[in-house]
Design a protein around this ligand. Structure first.
Ligand code: DX5
Ligand code: ZN
Length: 223
């Protein structure tokens, strides 16, 4: 796989200024923007719906990576697709008929991703792997930014990379939660293709420099 993709999450932005957050992400040179959708049911927090994505869409050419942390994700797919999402990931824990939903997302012309929480093993994805464009491995329990990465979850990243190699699958592997200067080397080494970053990005004074550090282009731990 080529260079690691860094996807800053607007979850850690100032919610009174999402447009400014998108400008900051674009100005830093990040190719993806991660949009965390929470419903107060699947996770104990609430964020935003498709209207925000629609309103941000004209402001940026970045790849809009929507992460649904919601119950009943099937009820939201059409609206997020119409709003301008480029990829929609949903949690396998939240929906039984995951294969059907992956196919529906693809029929809408979008990339289809599966997400798993820390307690879900890779074997739970079994038959779904060939149908996903991305597997998003959560390395914190979803709901809030600024938590500490659970190192054991990186074993799942290794397993997903190995399975992809053995079976010639094509999914990207994304890691979400607690990715920062200190943890990013281990995350890349485990085999992640996409690094989601919320708090580390919005706290960084020099954002382009942080992106390079997360990509492994700067070898130091300068804060
Ligand atoms: C957590 C979200 C993450 C979050 C990551 O539930 O899915 O995308 O924004 O934030 P940090 O990087 O602060 O852990
Ligand atoms: Zn996320």
């Amino acid at each position: 796989m080529g260079t690691v993709i860094v996807a800053p999450s607007v979850l850690s932005a100032d919610f009174s200024d999402f447009a400014g957050a998108v400008r900051e992400i674009d100005a830093a040179g990040a190719p993806w923007i991660h949009l965390d959708v929470m419903d107060g049911q699947f996770v104990p927090n609430l964020t935003f719906g498709p209207k925000l994505v629609a309103d941000l869409r004209p402001l940026s050419r970045a790849f809009f990576d929507v992460h649904l942390m919601t119950a009943n994700p099937d009820r939201l797919i059409e609206d997020f697709a119409a709003a301008g999402a480029d990829q929609i990931s949903f949690h396998t824990e939240a929906f039984t008929h995951a294969h059907r939903l992956l196919e529906r997302i693809r029929e809408l012309g979008k990339k289809a991703g599966l997400a798993i929480v820390p307690s879900t093993p890779v074997c739970a994805l079994g038959e779904l792997l060939p149908f996903a464009d991305q597997i998003l491995v959560m390395t914190v329990n979803p709901g809030f930014g600024g938590q500490t990465l659970i190192p054991r979850c990186l074993e799942k990243v290794r397993a997903l990379a190995r399975i992809r190699e053995e079976r010639s699958y094509r999914y990207r592997i994304a890691v979400d939660g607690g990715v920062n200067r200190e943890t990013s080397a281990a995350v890349r080494e485990a085999g992640a293709d996409v690094l989601v970053t919320g708090s580390a990005f919005f706290l960084a004074r020099d954002k382009p420099e942080l992106l390079r550090a997360l990509q492994g282009q700067i070898i130091n731990n300068k804060q």
